[in-house]
Write a protein that binds this ligand. Sequence first.
Ligand SMILES: [Fe+2]
Ligand SMILES: [Fe+2]
Length: 138
Amino acid sequence: MMKKMFVPVKTGIAAIDTQHEHYYKLINDFVFLSKNRHIEKSEAIKFFSEVVEYTVLHFDTEEFFMRSIDYPDYETHVKIHDRFRASIEKQSEELEQVTNICKFAETFAEWVGAWFSAHEATADLKIAEYCKTHDIHC
Ligand SMILES: [Fe+2]
Ligand SMILES: [Fe+2]
């Protein structure tokens, strides 16, 4: 049976949508891989560092964009990002002590995908709605 993949929601903000698509590809490729064959420790570590790196880059981009439009919910949105940033960094650190790296990485990928889908469909879409109602074109 084909695994359900995480699908990005379009915000209409080009810089954000491009990054979301890249992020989803990263997660989906890893989830697909982990369902179909054994994951080496080096692959899991590479995946974790790519997720951490891309999260930092993406959140920086999104936060810069929110500041540039004086987004009123900026503080709330950043707090949500902060919690996620801290959580993935903590899980990356735990990776070194994990015995079943394959399972841990698979669970992590599913969790990141689910978190990201939910965040995008709520908090990120709110930015898009704000742009629409305030006639901000991006
Ligand atoms: Fe966000
Ligand atoms: Fe986002």
